[in-house]
Design a protein around this ligand. Structure first.
Ligand SMILES: *[C@@H]1O[C@H](CO)[C@@H](O)[C@H](O)[C@H]1NC(C)=O
Length: 224
């Protein structure tokens, strides 16, 4: 009886995770409210890799991944800037831009972004193609109370949303690691082969919360 109680209490305290393999988040409405919060217990990073797949028909600027801490609302952020037709990675509110990429609407893309604090260099991998390595910020960790979000861009810690930066479309296969993935690991992710899942965020064991109009759906939408 006591053991049962203990097991029950442990289950209640542990994060509830879901295996979203084969699934996607659908963001079907343009709003300044709908988003997905992703939870992790890790709070201190001297390096980061985030990979995800996305599909959108937005021709305006839109956020792909938003991680805020109290001191930096763009602590780690990936977005498409329509004015300059560039993908951008932010760390500690400083950005690097990547132009002339093959980022197209109505196409599934794999986007991976890496950063490490020792060099301060970021790199973007679009569908497995590496970008130039560029400098954003070095010497300090991404640390503090993290709020990780899909669908909305945080202009403040957990808020400050703008409809005109929101994401409309589908997102899938979101992973985050606390180190820089090798080119071979990124290639495996892109090819949907056996790769080491994220140790910070893992699509196959995701602790998430849907806020307003976001759906979890099957990713396969063609006859096979
Ligand atoms: C930065 O993060 C790493 C990895 O979590 C940790 O080992 C290190 O102590 C942190 N550095 C500082 C100055 O907090």
């Amino acid at each position: 009886m006591r053991l049962l109680l203990l097991v029950g209490m442990l289950t209640a305290c542990a994060a509830v995770t879901n295996d979203l393999s084969g699934k996607m988040f659908t963001f079907p409405l343009e709003t300044n409210t709908a988003h997905v919060k992703l939870r992790t217990t890790k709070q201190d990073f001297n390096a980061v890799t985030v990979c995800q797949r996305s599909f959108t028909d937005l021709q305006r600027s839109h956020v792909l991944f938003s991680l805020a801490v109290p001191s930096f609302s763009n602590s780690f952020m990936v977005m498409w800037d329509s004015a300059d037709k560039e993908l951008e990675i932010y760390t500690h509110d400083k950005n690097a831009v990547f132009g002339k990429t093959d980022y197209k609407i109505n196409t599934w893309h794999s986007v991976c972004a890496t950063w490490d604090s020792a060099s301060g260099l970021v790199q973007l991998w679009l569908d497995g193609q590496p970008s130039v390595r560029k400098f954003t910020s070095s010497g300090s960790n991404i640390t503090g109370s993290l709020i990780i979000m899909l669908g909305q861009e945080q202009d403040s810690h957990g808020g400050g949303f703008d409809t005109k930066q929101s994401f409309v479309g589908m997102l899938s296969d979101v992973h985050m690691w606390d180190y820089v993935l090798s080119a071979c690991q990124i290639q495996k992710y892109v090819d949907e082969q056996n790769f080491t899942p994220g140790n910070v965020l893992n699509w196959a064991a995701l602790d998430y919360q849907l806020v307003e109009k976001v759906m979890v759906e099957n990713k396969v939408m063609v006859c096979i």
